[in-house]
Each structure stands twice: as C-alpha cells, then as structure tokens.
Ligand binder design. Structure first.
Ligand code: NIG
Ligand code: FE
Length: 407
C-alpha cells in the first residue's frame, strides 16, 4: 500500500454527469487530501494524517509543493503511428489550397500512406513510442491510436502490430483502433466496395485472433467513404463485436447520421454539424468528440461544443494528433483553445479529457479518482484547479502516475 499526498486539491471527477452541460460547482473538489493506493488501484481518498494513522504500514510518497491532482488525462482520438511529415500540405493550405483539394490530387492522407508503407515496423514502433512519451509528459496516461495509413491488409496489420508493440514498451495505456476505411487507396485493384469487403473478410478476423484491436473507424466524407458504401463494413464489424467510431461531419454533414444508425460509441470531428445533427446526436447515446487540434491545423471552424453540450450530448475532447490536419498534438492546449472560443466551463473541459473521454473509449476502470479505479493520476503545480486551464496548456504536470507508480 502507498499513500500519496497531501494535495492542495483533488478533482475526483466522481459523480460528474455523463451527458450535458456542466458548471464548475458540479465538480467534487476535495481540499488537503491524499490518496491511498493498493495494487495499482485507488483504495481511498482522505485526510493525509488520518490515512497515515489508519494504514501505518503503507509507504509514503510525500508531495512537497502545492499541487492539484486529477485523473490521468485520456486522449480518445489520435493517429500517432505514422512516418513522414506533411509540412508541405500545411504550407499549401496556408497558400489557399483546401484539405479536400490536396486529397483529390493524390496528396494529403495518401502522402502519409506512402511514407508509412515504406517505413519498417521498427520505425513505426519507435515513432509511436516517442509520441507516447510526449503524451505522458503532458499528463496523458491513456492514448487511443488509429491505423489508417496502411490501407492494404498487410500494411494495416503492420501498423496495428507496431501500435501493439509500442503499447507493451510504453508505460502508458494504448487503445488501438482499425481505420482501414480512412480513404480509398486508388492503387487498389478493384472497387470501393471490394476494398471494404476485403478488409472485412481478410483483416477483421486477424484483428480479433491476434488481439490487435476491438474498435473499427471510418472517415465519412467527400473523397473518402459515404453512408452507402460504408454500411456493410460497419454492419460486419458490429456483428463481429467491434466497437464502432466514426470520423463524422468534418467538412460536410452526413457521418453523424451514420454513427447514430450503426450505434457507434462516438462521432468525432462534427465541425460541420448543424442544429439538425446536434439534436439527433443529443437524442442518441453517441458520444461527440471535438478535435480542436484539427480546426487549428486546418484553420477552420471549431466543433459546436457549446451547442452540443447544451443540447445534452456527452462531449469528449481529443487531440487528433496526426501529420495532416492535427500536427500540434497537444491535448491540453487545444482543449483550452476550444474552451475559450466555445465558452466551456472548467468542469466541461476536465470531464471531456477524463471521465467522458473514458466513456468515449468504453473504459469503465479509469477517468475518475475513486475507490476501485486505476491509479492513473496527474498532478499540476498549483493550489487552484482553475489555474490549469487558465494557462492554456503552458502549465505542465509536476508528476504523473500509472497504476500508482510515478513515471
Ligand atoms: O482526423 N479526417 C481524417 N483523418 C484525420 C486526418 C488524417 C490526415 O490528414 O493524415 C483527421 O483529421
Ligand atoms: Fe482523426
């Protein structure tokens, strides 16, 4: 057993509603408390001196400075397994070309596909590990990582195997997602339908037998897949037991409707969602995932997070770290930027990157500081939790723990 503390404040995120708008008064803020950890899990939260008295044999990890403790941050949407750079796209976009125009000309995502296919698995493992390390130093203890830059059965497998290997080598938790339906690779010898069918019959069974992923994603957009051709792909994935998530409504509305119809866990992006899509999402159990890093990377509108919350959806915020639309790869900074543009409370932002992000990944064992949860924790060097977001990503964690061990 180990006692960590005392902390100036602990934001437990316990009993924070899953859906809808939140105010800071909804947060359970405990003052001058410590955490007792047993076997990597939170045993209890309480007064530092009382815990020491009640558990005299526990090790003590004393925290000297002022600190606010939060559940380890969760980044529910990234593409950090890739090779190469898209600085050229960034310059072209800033010179006036659009993301979809670049894709139409065979660049964009396909550019990263070519670089990722050329890379060895070892190279992909090391690139992913380097980015997971940065995540950890930013207080992110769970990161979702997608494939989608392979787009052949062998290359998708190479990516997902690299993600799995990086996960075993990293201290942080990784949730992998198969994004074989990222874009239709024009070098495929056959139709879009045949491409998707091949992934269903040749890739999906291997994902299960090799335990590479239990989540399937698709990009619904012009230049990618549409509500018609994606149907059999998602239906098959569902039938095989995969959780579904969708890149939806990024430039044009449409994907969120697919997400609702297929019973997806989350619909991610939603920058182009109108009131109609927002209402439909609010009436469903689909979690809305805002990706402000992509809005910043593309210089386009933010996800209507305020409206989504007010309508009653569950909103998670993720970094979307990827070489194309989201090169920044900084969850906290991008969440803070979304906060100020969309007028989100601290409670809404913290929930979006802890408890609600856990829900977006179907994880019930983390995202909250309460008995029985994983002791993945992050401490920020301040006595007032409001300081964390006020510094817009510039306040870095003082300490991060995974399963109760400091990393
Ligand atoms: O979430 N929009 C599709 N996929 C990624 C971008 C991938 C890329 O451009 O490499 C996204 O924005
Ligand atoms: Fe994405």
């Amino acid at each position: 057993m180990k006692i960590i503390g005392p902390f100036s404040q602990i934001l437990t995120m316990d009993n924070v509603a899953l859906k809808g708008a939140l105010q800071d008064s909804d947060l359970n803020v405990l003052s001058n408390v410590a955490v007792l950890i047993e076997n990597g899990l939170i045993h209890s939260v309480g007064d530092f001196d009382l815990l020491k008295k009640d558990f005299p044999n526990a090790d003590i990890e004393e925290v000297q400075e002022e600190n606010v403790l939060l559940p380890g941050l969760i980044d529910s949407h990234t593409h950090i397994c890739f090779a190469g750079s898209r600085a050229k796209d960034y310059a072209m976009r800033n010179a006036g070309k659009s993301y979809l125009e670049i894709a139409k000309e065979g660049g964009g995502i396909m550019d990263t596909v070519r670089a990722t296919r050329r890379a060895s698995k070892e190279e992909l493992v090391s690139n992913t590990l380097m980015r997971l390390d940065k995540q950890l130093s930013n207080g992110i203890t769970t990161t979702e990582v997608k494939s989608g830059y392979g787009l052949t059965v062998a290359d998708e497998l190479k990516m997902l195997e690299a993600i799995k290997e990086a996960a075993t080598k990293s201290k942080s938790s990784v949730i992998s997602t198969c994004l074989a339906a990222h874009i239709f690779p024009k070098d495929f010898d056959g139709s879009i339908e045949q491409y998707l069918q091949m992934m269903v019959s040749e890739l999906f069974p291997q994902l299960l037998s090799k335990e590479l992923s239990c989540r399937v994603d698709a990009f619904i957009e012009e230049e990618a897949f549409n509500s018609h051709n994606i149907g059999p792909y998602f239906d098959a994935a569902k039938q095989m037991g995969f959780d579904i998530t969708v890149h939806a409504d990024q430039f044009h509305a449409g994907g969120s409707k697919v997400a609702i119809e297929v019973g997806a866990i989350s619909a991610d992006h939603l920058e182009a969602s109108t009131d109609q899509e927002i209402m439909a999402l609010a009436e469903s159990d689909v979690i809305a995932v805002a990706l402000p890093g992509a809005s910043i990377g593309l210089g386009c509108a933010f996800t209507p997070a305020r409206k989504l919350l007010d309508a009653g959806t569950c909103l998670s915020i993720a970094s979307d770290w990827n070489p194309g639309s989201g090169p920044m790869g900084d969850l906290l900074t991008s969440a803070c930027v979304l906060q100020t543009f969309e007028k989100l409370s601290n409670a809404e932002v913290f929930a979006a990157i802890t408890s609600r992000a856990a829900a977006a990944l179907h994880l019930k064992d983390r995202g909250v500081i309460s008995a029985g949860y994983k002791a993945d924790l992050v401490a920020f060097p301040t006595a007032d939790f409001r300081e964390i977001l006020y510094h817009q990503g510039q306040m870095k964690p003082a300490k991060v723990w995974i399963n109760g061990a400091s990393v």
